[in-house]
Design a protein around this ligand. Structure first.
Ligand code: 0X9
Ligand code: ZN
Length: 308
């Protein structure tokens, strides 16, 4: 079974999703999204309240993913915590389940995630070798592989760099799966939240340029709702702003794609805190960090709900 006293491996996480689907068939179903380069099953979970069994009723959807970057383990843990709370603690989150359907994909890059457990703790990319065979270096930065201003800024042509954008857009099966999922849900999806670490930022589009999108004031209000909730819970201190202005310009990322191409109205990238140690918060910090992050996520979804 899962816990938040250690970081869970990919198989444990996927088996947990299957167990929830078997145990709560009225509220939960898993969604298979194809396979990773190394053949792992890409699996998300769809969570809905019991009443929404009525197919004619289409609820707004919150879509959360984590782990495009392998080493950012607190992101995977946060997604897992959201799943656990919404399903196993459902009576406590009646409001969240009444307002929304939830789609959560906790490990977008399972090959990289497993590699960061077995071989190289701070591995970031996928595990697909360079198809042209020119380079001995392995892996693509999934968050540079999307076809929106691909290879435009903040990414590298060098397969040996950690921000290598890949030989072409959507060279990675995991990015293709995420694209297809975004297109599948974008008619009902109110917010796409992508979980990363570290630094303590709420980032909204754009990442490819310093220009701000038309609804940036609203995006900023959503971000501040999350930030203030976490701060008032005497939790971590976050900064809010556009990706390019607040962190650095970087294009070809999933968030810009979700906003610019899939046209999801609210897109947010959370850079979770470090727990004092970079990409590797100590085990005893996992539970406090995922719990405060979940409060911030809830606050954002309340803010999103009132938006037309
Ligand atoms: O560089 C990234 O992909 C993200 N930071 S991380 O340290 N987790 O690697 C930030 C992505 C922000 N979004 C865009 N630049 N579009
Ligand atoms: Zn990241």
């Amino acid at each position: 079974d899962i816990n938040f006293y250690s970081y869970q491996r990919f198989d444990v996480i996927n088996k947990y999703l299957d167990r929830l689907a078997a145990e709560f068939p009225q509220q939960v179903n898993t969604v298979e999204l194809g396979q990773s380069y190394e053949g792992r099953t890409l699996k998300a979970i769809h969570i809905h309240s019991q009443q929404s069994g009525d197919k004619s009723e289409k609820k707004p959807l919150i879509f959360i993913d984590a782990g495009l970057h392998a080493r950012e383990w607190i992101a995977h843990a946060t997604a897992l915590y959201v799943i656990q709370q919404l399903v196993e603690n459902a009576t406590f989150y009646r409001r969240e389940l009444e307002m929304y359907d939830w789609l959560i994909w906790p490990v977008v890059n399972p090959d990289g995630y497993e590699y960061s457990h077995t071989s190289e703790r701070f591995w970031r990319k996928t595990r697909q070798p360079d198809p042209e065979g020119y380079s001995k270096c392995v892996g693509v930065d999934l968050n540079r592989n999307f076809d929106f201003y691909w290879a435009f800024v903040g990414s590298s042509f060098d397969p040996c760099d950690i921000d290598y954008h890949g030989p072409e857009p959507f060279s990675e099966p995991e990015a293709v799966a995420l694209r297809e999922l975004l297109f599948k849900v974008n008619d009902t999806c109110k917010m796409y939240l992508t979980l990363h670490s570290y630094g303590g930022y709420f980032l909204y589009p754009w990442g490819y340029d310093n220009v701000l999108p038309p609804n940036w004031r609203y995006l900023d209000a959503v971000a501040r709702a999350g930030l203030e909730t976490i701060r008032n819970a005497s939790g971590s201190f976050y900064t809010a702003g556009s990706s390019a202005r607040t962190l650095y310009p970087a294009s070809g990322a999933s968030d810009d794609f979700a906003y610019g191409v899939a046209k999801i109205p609210v897109v947010m990238c959370m850079e979770l805190p470090s727990g004092g140690s970079g990409f590797d918060p100590p085990a005893d910090r996992i539970l406090p960090l995922v719990a405060e992050s979940w409060q911030g996520i809830r606050a954002m979804t309340r803010e999103v709900h009132d938006y037309p």
